[in-house]
Design a protein around this ligand. Structure first.
Ligand SMILES: [Fe+2]
Ligand SMILES: [Fe+2]
Length: 271
């Protein structure tokens, strides 16, 4: 199975890049499934229903969220009506929606789950390792599901790498989100899980992690706040991870970093 994961879609620049580029990437790379993190698509603050639909129409099969899951209030209802949107599995127990589901895509069963980490996050979430362990233990790879992707959403690369090894051989892909800068460590772990500490964002990299750079720079340099943060509006780079899995075992057999368009050095799977 050929899977593309795209990191945090950042504002209009990110949404435009997904709409413009994803349909042709789906065809060119013969993708079976596309998972997109949409937690920052609404001006950096969550995702609303219309923007979620646009990501799905552009070719996302599943949209994951993150700590900004419910910044846009209509997501509280939308996520109950649209099973293709997932919020983190260890979000507040009272939160609407779900943190994992199994999707029937291209004749295969793809399990997608998202989990929040605990290190350096602005609030405390339940133990991500036990939450993911429960799901993986109940759905053995290559038997209960044909492929499995985990989106680990947190600040610390150490916690993301620990999650990768924790899931090695039990998930097809473990990919980090939230920090908005792609890491150069895409690899196959020893037992067959594709891993990258952070997928990077789909946003304008002439920015401070996707925000127009003037205000964040002012706050760093002077300690003073003047304006709201607004997303940078230049051409976005689509960032993420391409993974090919073995349909029998569910394990990853090929992995490639993806950086398409915009300012970053370009990358993608070889034909
Ligand atoms: Fe986040
Ligand atoms: Fe984010």
């Amino acid at each position: 199975m050929r899977i593309l994961f795209l990191g945090d879609v950042m504002g209009r620049a990110g949404r435009t890049a997904v709409a413009d580029r994803l349909p042709s990437l789906r065809a060119d790379w013969k993708l079976d499934a596309v998972v997109v993190n949409g937690e920052n698509a609404s001006s950096g603050r969550g995702l609303n229903g219309n923007q979620a639909r646009a990501l799905l129409e552009a070719g996302a099969d599943v949209v994951t969220l993150g700590d900004h899951a419910f910044d846009q209030r209509d997501m509280m209802q939308v996520i109950e009506q649209e099973p293709r949107i997932l919020r983190p599995i260890n979000y507040a127990k009272s939160a609407p929606g779900r943190g994992w589901r199994i999707y029937e895509i291209a004749g295969r069963r793809l399990l997608v789950a998202q989990v929040l980490g605990q290190v350096f996050m602005s609030r405390t979430y339940d133990d991500p390792f036990s939450a993911i362990d429960q799901v993986l233990a109940a759905h053995p790879l290559g038997r209960a599901v044909d492929a499995c992707l985990i989106d680990i959403h947190c600040e610390a690369t150490s916690e993301k790498m620990a999650m990768g090894h924790f899931c090695d051989g039990r998930a097809s892909v473990v990919v980090g989100t939230h920090t908005h800068v792609p890491t150069a460590d895409a690899c196959l772990l020893p037992k067959g899980t594709a891993f990258q500490s952070d997928a990077g964002m789909c946003g304008d990299y002439d920015s401070v992690i996707g925000m127009e750079k003037t205000e964040p720079m002012r706050r760093f340099i002077t300690g003073m706040t003047r304006d709201r943060f607004e997303p940078a509006g230049g051409e976005a780079t689509l960032c993420g991870l391409f993974v090919e899995t073995d349909d029998t075992t569910g394990r990853a057999i090929r992995v490639a970093q993806v950086r398409q368009g915009g300012r970053l050095a370009q990358a993608g799977p070889e034909a």
